[in-house]
Design a protein around this ligand. Sequence first.
Ligand SMILES: [Fe+2]
Ligand SMILES: [Fe+2]
Length: 148
Amino acid sequence: MTIFEVIRNDHNLVKKILGEMLSIKDTDQDKQTELLEKLTMELTLHNRAEEQIFYKFLQENAETRDLIEHSKEEHEEVEELFESIKNYNPGDKNWMKQLLEIQKNLLHHIETEETESFDKAKEIMKAGQHHTLADEFQKAKKEWSAKL
Ligand SMILES: [Fe+2]
Ligand SMILES: [Fe+2]
């Protein structure tokens, strides 16, 4: 797999969990709590590995440095939303409002990453790095998962 495939797979998983949460009709608090924990964990591991491996690569290039600053801010923003959703009761009106806000932010962030960031990265990345960065990304995720 390439770094782009690995990142895209993570994004798809995050979108899948979000979709599941938004499709629960009844207020199933336990299910929502369980899915929120899963989503928080998946996203945290993804963001840490992404910053450590993919963003670091882009940061070393003058052309892509600004792009990454913005992306990092978006990681912080969405992580704050994950903190504040904990103040609401799973499945209630405010909680759902907050979840929709999370979805909006995440979809925008993912879309930008898979288009703008991927395109620019492909321009500057050597062919061999597509795979080595994928391995480093997976390794970083494992290390974070042992820490969190
Ligand atoms: Fe990201
Ligand atoms: Fe990402």
